[in-house]
Design a binder for this molecule. Structure first.
Ligand code: ATR
Length: 300
């Protein structure tokens, strides 16, 4: 028998709190980084019931965990348990990364920077002056809408079936962030399926799906009608990575758009979390190597 000596009394402990966590691929990112960099650490999925969230978090601190990620449905609830929150968490009201130091919980949100890094690296372009349409108005939509405005977007439209939720995000940005931004007009909202929504899908530069529509196992669904033409050939981004190509992305690709799934965002938010926990900058050559292998694996 080959003895497995990877875990010992000094192993740094990290993991993911959420529910469900059965399908997570985050352990692949973090455990690959631990191995590649020769750091004695491990990352574990930690399924947590809502009634046990606080007990679980206190338990991780008591057990000496270095830090943990937080996913659906606890990204908001975790904020109430933090000792300190960074600017991004205060701005967004959600956290996905917690660093534990001397028993204290420090909260971060790496989703927004993860998305922006992935988008720029994968598309070779940025948001400056761009017309950006966001589908959905949940926590992810809020994060990405704030980020694209901070990154200099010129026009931003949020399309969501519950239009009141889109209005809350638009109102927040228009009141708090638009001064000094690149916005040429206030962020505006639309109902899906309307003529005006169709016009936006046919004329904007970047379309981002943040809804769960089309995610496994409901792969037949799409957040836009099949006959949308995408006449302006926008860059189309879906935060979903399972399936690798949603019905939405397939339709956009067939109509000549460059399309990207959410694997890049997942990867880069994870790398940033890893850097926060380990207090290091992952070297560029390692990032390139990891990124190539991970994105290839997520295409399959
Ligand atoms: P997350 O934190 O990942 O953003 P969320 O906050 O639950 O998740 O948001 C999910 C988004 O997907 C919401 O915008 C939701 O629309 P509503 O605001 O109208 O609820 C959208 N969504 C989920 N299922 C949908 C469906 N079947 N059709 C249209 N939109 C849907």
């Amino acid at each position: 028998m080959i003895l497995d000596k990877r875990v010992d009394g000094r192993t740094k402990l990290t993991g993911l709190i959420g529910n469900p966590v059965e399908h997570t691929v985050s352990p692949v990112i973090h455990n690959s980084l631990f191995s590649y960099l020769g750091i004695n650490g491990v990352y574990l999925p930690l399924k947590t019931e809502a009634t046990q969230l606080e007990a679980a978090v206190r338990g991780l601190a008591a057990l000496g965990f270095t830090g943990f990620n937080v996913t659906i449905p606890y990204k908001e609830a975790i904020c109430g348990l933090l000792d300190e929150a960074d600017e991004e968490v205060k701005l967004l009201g959600t956290a996905n990364t917690v660093r534990i130091r001397d028993g204290r919980l420090y909260g971060y949100n790496t989703d927004g920077t993860g998305f922006v890094t992935a988008f720029k690296k994968q598309t070779g372009t940025d948001f400056s002056g761009k017309k950006v349409c966001i589908l959905g108005a949940g926590g992810t939509a809020r994060t990405l809408a704030v980020k694209v405005v901070q990154e200099g977007a010129g026009r931003v439209c949020i399309i969501n079936r519950t239009v009141s939720k889109a209005e809350v995000i638009a109102g927040y940005i228009n009141n708090r962030l638009s001064a000094g931004s690149g916005l040429r007009e206030p962020v505006f909202t639309l109902m899906p399926g309307t003529e005006r929504a169709r016009e936006i899908l046919n004329s904007f530069d970047i379309i981002i799906n943040t809804t769960s529509v089309g995610m496994f196992p409901n792969t037949d669904a799409s957040p836009v009608e099949d006959d949308v033409e995408f006449l302006s050939k926008p860059i189309v981004y879906d935060v979903i990575y399972n399936p690798a190509e949603t019905r939405f992305l397939a339709a956009a690709r067939q109509k000549g758009c460059r399309v990207f799934n959410g694997a890049g965002m997942l990867l880069w938010q994870g790398i940033r979390a890893f850097e926060i926990w380990m207090e290091i900058s992952v070297p560029d050559d390692v990032l390139q190597d990891l990124s190539a292998s991970f994105l290839k694996c997520m295409e399959a």
